[in-house]
Ligand binder design. Structure first.
Ligand SMILES: [Fe+2]
Length: 202
């Protein structure tokens, strides 16, 4: 009888615990605010969009009518990096208990007269905008005391962004100095191809 009472009490107790657990939202449990969940989703979409825009630039240069394989290789590399960033953010969202929002993208900016200089200028603009978005995310995270997200973005993204902006700025400066010299542009692309080789093996 005593044992029966005890087991009944334990059963009641476990029910109370379960109902309390149900009341706790997963996001609360992880101290993860809706604001940061939204910030991460905006960043996921921005990285996904950047990946697609870089892929568009890459194929513009890889097409036989242009055949700037160095630039093609460079922008393909950027495409892969953006995809990697997107995946990191999706993993982060899942780690914190948020829901990654995978949504449709805008069609890429189509520049019919794309050349090396304006492609690198576009890339510089994209990287600066992505960096601003990351920095805004850090500010919001600090505002809601989510130091983990602020630290994650600072350590996993910001240094890479600064290096990327530095490298692309150098390309813009050098390509500006080449002007319309086709021969010089051919050599510039040839040097790029050594750093970012493109293989069309299928
Ligand atoms: Fe990125």
């Amino acid at each position: 009888m005593l044992l029966q009472n005890l087991s009944h009490k334990l059963w009641k107790c476990s029910l109370i615990n379960v109902s309390n657990l149900v009341k706790i939202r997963y996001l609360d449990y992880h101290n993860y605010s809706k604001k940061i969940e939204e910030v991460v989703n905006i960043q996921i979409q921005a990285e996904q969009q950047a990946a697609q825009d870089y892929l568009h630039l890459a194929v513009s240069f890889l097409h036989p009518s242009k055949s700037f394989l160095g630039a093609g290789g460079f922008f393909l590399n950027m495409y892969k990096e953006e995809l990697d960033h997107m995946q990191k953010l999706i993993q982060y969202q899942l780690l914190r208990g948020g829901y990654p929002n995978i949504c449709g993208l805008k069609s890429p900016y189509k520049n019919k007269n794309v050349n090396l200089l304006n492609a690198f200028k576009q890339s510089l603009y994209m990287e600066i905008e992505i960096t601003k978005l990351l920095e805004q995310g850090i500010e919001i995270a600090e505002g809601v005391k989510d130091y983990h997200y602020a630290e994650f973005i600072t350590s996993a993204f910001l240094s890479e962004q600064i290096k990327s902006i530095h490298e692309i700025s150098n390309h813009v400066t050098r390509l500006t100095s080449l002007g319309n010299n086709q021969h010089a542009q051919y050599h510039y692309d040839w040097k790029l191809a050594k750093m970012y080789p493109y293989s069309n093996k299928i």
